[in-house]
Design a protein around this ligand. Structure first.
Ligand code: AMP
Ligand code: GLY
Length: 445
């Protein structure tokens, strides 16, 4: 089957590997020349991933039979609707279904209307005076979110990026008045505390099949400090839970994920494709931070290498509505993913810097390499403003997986940043202790 994957990051490199491993014939469209994807593809094409008419015309020329979309920006410009109308099946959501990610007010309102558990208190404001009155009267910490896509950089938290209520008001006003995220409105949420986890799942519009949960590290610097990024690295555990996450909380999160799929279907926008639930495990149970209409990056790199079932069969089942009859199998392994990023990433990236990768060192480390947003020129790879290369170690324990990922980092020469602490025993212990403190705080109330 001829399968087109759109996008040129490490997440898409992982999707492409899974397509080829699953027996698909891979075609790819990307805006940068990702050498990993290029090597796997029958034909790759450099193209603006949001130029839907051009991508469709090329896909038709190649006789593409199935579309898989990596980045949310392509979903927002209705790439799936256009392909489906042209008779090409897509294992990704329509523009309407992708609103679960592209419109944060829609997501919160959907959960409220359908009485889905895991809700944080939220309010949407278009009026600055009303917003200010609410913020000043609210006793707890708040989170300010633009409604639309901001490349993961629009969210600010009181007590972190905003020192006090004055700064909350000032930023929320800026979001409304400058239309940050594409609309003259802002979502303000209660801030919940706990440990975050990602639960990704496949859906055919009715049934869901979950993948092992993963924990990402969004902060740029070691110790979880510094600016928010797209994600510096992530880990998953061999038992398909997380060291701070018990089975019953996973079950509660699954119920929420299924309820969202049911709500979208009942509202006339059935969701076909992979969905990403971002949760905070709190004393009130798992609370929804956000939903994304795609795989996570880096989280895709943790779970796709574990998938033993053919990914191509999963894609077909999502499109044909037969996911319920399928049993997915995942290797019982732990994984640790660490990203190499350009110097200054998170603030101001040093782009167009050459990086050397010694593939022999990578292969000796036992880790898997995924190229991200780099460009290949004259046999060398160059950074862009986004993340560069990811290494994933798999092992029977998180510690074993971490050691492999760490050994692979040393294969890269040149100027770069990385978070060496991800997956290390002390980092995991800090998270387990934090979760325990948050839960005990509740008991002492
Ligand atoms: P997002 O861009 O929506 O992933 O948000 C960025 C980060 O902000 C998340 O990963 C969370 O750590 C944090 N965050 C977002 N919403 C909340 C909330 N309601 N309570 C606490 N933290 C939040
Ligand atoms: N890991 C964060 C994201 O993919 O949005």
């Amino acid at each position: 089957m001829k399968i087109l994957v759109v996008g040129g990051g490490a997440r898409e490199h992982a999707l492409c590997k899974a397509v080829v491993k699953g027996g698909g014939e891979l075609y790819s469209v990307m805006k940068n020349l990702n050498p990993g994807i290029a090597r796997l593809s029958t034909i790759h094409k450099l193209m603006d991933e949001k130029n839907v008419p051009e991508v469709l015309a090329w896909a038709q020329e190649q006789g593409i039979e199935m579309l898989v979309v990596g980045p949310e920006a392509s979903l927002e410009v209705a790439i799936v609707d256009v392909f489906t109308k042209a008779g090409i099946a897509a294992a990704s959501p329509t523009k309407a279904a992708a609103r679960i990610e592209t419109d944060k007010a829609f997501m919160r309102d959907l959960m409220l209307r359908h009485d889905i558990p895991g809700r944080v208190e939220h309010h949407t404001f278009t009026d600055v005076a009303e917003m200010e009155a609410f913020v000043r009267s609210y006793p707890g910490r708040l989170v300010v979110k633009p409604i639309g896509l901001t490349g993961g950089k629009g969210v600010r938290i009181e007590g972190e990026q905003m020192a006090n209520k004055d700064e909350v008001v000032a930023y929320a006003r800026e979001v409304i008045e400058e239309g940050i995220g594409g609309s003259a409105a802002v979502v303000i949420e209660e801030c919940v505390e706990g440990e975050e986890f990602t639960l990704q799942y496949f859906s055919d519009g009715n049934t869901i099949k979950t993948l092992p949960p993963v924990q990402d590290h969004k902060r740029a610097y070691e110790g979880d400090v510094g600016p928010n990024t797209g994600g510096m690295g992530s880990y998953s555990a061999a038992d398909h839970l997380l060291p701070f996450l018990p089975a019953q909380v996973m079950e509660q999160a699954k119920v929420i994920c299924q309820a969202v799929i049911d709500a979208l279907r009942r509202d006339g926008s059935p969701y076909v494709g992979t969905m990403y639930g971002q949760f905070m495990y709190t004393p009130r149970g798992p609370m929804v931070i956000e939903f994304n209409a795609r795989f996570g990056d880096p989280e895709a790199m943790n779970v796709l290498p574990l998938l033993k079932t053919s990914y191509v069969e999963v894609l077909k089942a999502m499109v044909e509505g037969t996911l319920g009859a399928m049993e997915l199998e995942f290797a019982p392994k732990a994984t640790v993913c660490k990203y190499i990023v350009p110097k200054g990433y998170g603030v101001s990236s040093l782009a167009d810097v050459p990086l050397g990768v010694n593939e022999e060192v990578v292969s000796n480390s036992g880790a898997i390499m995924f190229y991200a947003s780099v460009n290949e020129r004259d046999g060398k790879i160059f950074t862009t403003s986004s993340r560069s290369v990811a290494f994933v170690g798999c092992g029977t324990t998180i510690a074993e997986a971490e050691a492999k990922a760490e050994a692979a980092l040393s294969s890269v020469t040149g100027e770069y940043d990385a978070r060496h602490d991800i997956g290390k025993p002390a980092t995991i212990e800090r998270k387990v202790n934090h979760m325990r403190e948050v839960l005990e705080g509740r008991q002492n109330d």
